[in-house]
Write a protein that binds this ligand. Sequence first.
Ligand code: UDX
Length: 403
Amino acid sequence: MRIVIVGLGFVGLVTSVVLAQYNEIIGIDIDKNKINKLNNNDLYIYEPGLKELFIKNRNRMNFYNDYENARNGDIAFVCVPTSTINNKIDTSYVEEAVKSLNNTNNKLIIVIKSTVIPGTASSLSYKINNYILSNPEFLREGSAVYDTMHPDRIIIGGKNSEYIETLSKIWEFTNAPILKTTNENAELIKYASNSFLAVKISFINEIANLCEKIPNTDVNIIAKGMGMDHRIGKDFLRAGIGFGGSCFPKDTRAIVSFSHEKGVDLKIIKAAIDINNNRINTALALIEKPIGNLKGKKILLLGLSFKNDTNDLRESKSIELANELINHNSIVYAYDPIIKEYPGINMVNSINSNDYDCIVISSEWEEFKNNALYKENKNIIDLRRIIDLDLYPNVKAIGVHYD
Ligand code: UDX
């Protein structure tokens, strides 16, 4: 099929590269810089496996700056960002993209992949001639290519069975189960899923707070024991400094504010946000314990991105921690596998523990799991619970009781 992809950011670019295995891709983005880069085979995001697949499928992808080329498409995926303004979702980019597609080709089936509040697709469909399907995206950064090729499920919202069939065929190669439902259900499934995962993280972080008060407890063992119950599941029970990134913080805020307007108070999700906002205070207390007053102390953070295997800094808890440390007049250094500069932070390329008062593991990269320096009698703090504390007993971790 000739598939138009509007918005070549994270989701749009990965979707383009993966779907180019079996289809012709017409990629559109209003950012000229992005199009120039792609036309020069320069990928502006880092994702494992993306570059290789991009090169392999390159001859089936074309990238443009304007909507004119959407004229030749059969179906269009809208992958533009949605932000929140005063905690309310802003769907203006989605609206603009849908209207521009409609103006160019009113026969195109339009598929909204962007995360939008329930009712968005239906309200837009009154304004245009095209049919709108909803097809929310669940890929994780750091494993975006894998997740797009091997999703747990495909959710399709809409009523027209012929168009739903067309979209189902595009995703058939993944062999994933397909749930066909209303646009509104599809839109809400995305928010409910992200919110549930965010709640799971805040839940275990609250248990971590409790463990810190009870001798002989360790939140990692509690999570392991809980996760052995298949009804609970072991994933997303890693305690730490909280969730960040471009989705969980934004989506939890948006669904709370949307529900509030509907007269529903989402107490559990609000509590999850609250707990998440408090994680940095917990981290600061743990860092202060061995080194005392933070003023003038040299502190090295390991990892700046919002999680491992990505260079994405959006709503990164590591950055939030760095800023708090700077507010407390600490001298902040950081080592990150990909990010090599950041304003206000002294980036280093190698780690000599003698240079710092404290070393803090703030992102969960594989390469931070083992390091000979953890054996030295230094102040090393694991805020992501990735260190084996039996192997490195000197390391102090979140969610463990210390006298
Ligand atoms: C998330 C969803 O997983 C994905 O389905 C959705 O489409 C987009 O949002 P992503 O933002 O890439 O994906 O990251 P994810 O791996 O879910 O992690 C989110 C945050 O939670 C990170 O900051 C991570 O460090 C943190 N996290 C995750 C924990 O603190 N503990 C965990 O157990 C898991």
